[in-house]
Design a protein around this ligand. Structure first.
Ligand code: 13P
Length: 230
């Protein structure tokens, strides 16, 4: 399984260093991609972990104050980048066009994009899950198939993020089956309140190939249990 750890905007420097030591001591056969705050990326020297960023700037290197370019990330060992997370879409008004530009910039520097998609509670109530997913997947249109196949697609229902609620496994599988039909080669992840208590249930999914973890990723102890059960 591919386990992506999204720290979001958490941990001060000393907390991060102590966490990082514990993470390195963990025993697991799963492939872990650590996505800490940007400021800690260059401190992450580990042969056990892969490195990911939580976002990327929408420009190449140059006069873009405050931005971080894909080429800069690549130069410090970043091989993955989350794009289109619902918190970026919501808090920074990121739309599918911008997300598509970011995907192109990442692929140019050989960073694997982890594209997040998922419906809100209202969209779910209105039976619009597939329509929403289909619209968000348009960010992949126009990409050469060889490049498109490399993108990891993470289904993260917005209403499940940080709430402790998750969809029924058959509901997750319905969405992932729909994506799988259109994108047979892409790795599919699930994210949204996945934890050590619901992993045995999630594990019954036919389509989940890994997890994008938020809250759980901050607790090495609970993460260890999750990894053992997964
Ligand atoms: P939680 O696991 O805290 O629900 O967050 C999921 C997420 O947003 C990962 O990107």
């Amino acid at each position: 399984m591919k386990i992506v750890l999204n720290h979001k905007c958490n941990l001060k420097k000393e907390e991060f260093l102590s966490y990082f030591r514990k993470l390195n001591e963990m025993k697991t056969n799963h492939e872990m991609v650590l996505c800490p705050s940007f400021i800690y990326l260059s401190m992450c020297d580990s042969s056990k972990l892969l490195l990911g960023s939580q976002d990327v700037g929408s420009y190449d290197c140059g006069a873009h104050t405050g931005d971080i370019a894909a080429a800069q990330l690549k130069s410090i060992g970043v091989d993955y980048a989350i794009v289109g997370h619902s918190e970026r879409r919501l808090n920074h008004n990121e739309d599918d066009g911008l997300i598509c530009e970011k995907i192109n910039l990442l692929l140019k520097d050989e960073i694997v994009p982890i594209l997040c998609i998922g419906e809100t509670k209202e969209e779910r109530a209105q039976g619009q899950i597939h329509r929403k997913i289909e619209r968000q997947l348009q960010a992949l249109n126009g990409l050469e198939q060889r490049k498109r196949d490399k993108i990891i697609i993470a289904y993260e229902p917005v209403w499940a993020i940080g709430t402790g609620e998750i969809p029924e496994v058959f509901e997750i599988d319905e969405v992932l089956a729909y994506i799988r039909e259109k994108y047979p080669k892409n790795i599919l992840l699930y994210g949204g309140s996945a934890n050590e208590k619901n992993i045995c249930n999630l594990k019954t999914s036919k389509y989940i190939e890994g997890y994008l973890l938020g809250g759980l990723s901050l607790s090495p102890e609970k993460l260890q249990i999750f990894l053992e059960l997964c």
